[in-house]
Design a protein. Structure first.
Length: 66
């Protein structure tokens, strides 16, 4: 999908340098994927403490059986 964007060239060039990207497209694609991953992780924090796990043996008792 061809898209024209007016973006901060200095920021893209710094990203290319820091990330070792060879092209602006490669850097922008990576930045978009990282932004998606970060937002998914942030959204998953909403579920922190909401999952009820069944009680079972304490982790230290599992080490004794190994």
């Amino acid at each position: 999908m061809a898209t024209n964007l007016d973006i901060d060239t200095g920021a893209v060039e710094e990203l290319m340098r820091l990330g070792g990207y060879r092209s602006k497209r490669e850097a922008v694609d990576a930045a978009v994927r990282e932004a998606i991953a970060w937002r998914r992780q942030a959204r998953s924090l909403e579920y922190l403490g909401t999952v009820a796990f069944p009680s079972g043996p304490a982790p230290s008792s599992l080490d004794d059986k190994a």
